[in-house]
Design a protein around this ligand. Sequence first.
Ligand code: CMP
Length: 147
Amino acid sequence: KLELTLAIIKPHAIKNPIALSYIRNVLRNKFVVVKTKRVSLDKESASKFYEEHVGKFFYNRLITFMASGAIDLHVIAHCNAIELWRRILGPTSVYKGQFKEPNCLRSIFGLSDTRNVAHGSDSLESAAREIKFFFPDFSFYKWHNDD
Ligand code: CMP
């Protein structure tokens, strides 16, 4: 089934030209890139985006990190895009991934469980919410129905 998902390239990867061009090539070669935007989040919008993680032990460091520099947002399309992008990313925990799946993006460029290179929506519902969060004018209906 044709799906959209949101890929977010995190601040440390934006600052690493090798990581950035490698990740962009992966996105271009494996997906249709529908929309792209570079933004800098303040702590307030980062907290809103990650509100499901309020109260977790890593929450403060996650918000501080995500507000520490520019991030790139990519709305990407593919058959089963959500699962495919998360498989390419690899496990959230970089150390686990380096042990089990050394070739995925987080294993190659990840620095820690917080600075884990990139984000991918984890379900159809979160993809819709996250794409709307950053691209409020985006119309799913139009995208799926235009020829
Ligand atoms: P992301 O896919 O953006 O979704 C939530 C983020 O929280 C995750 O990637 C990591 O950056 C961060 N995170 C999740 N689990 C941990 C953890 N155990 N320790 C530190 N940061 C984490």
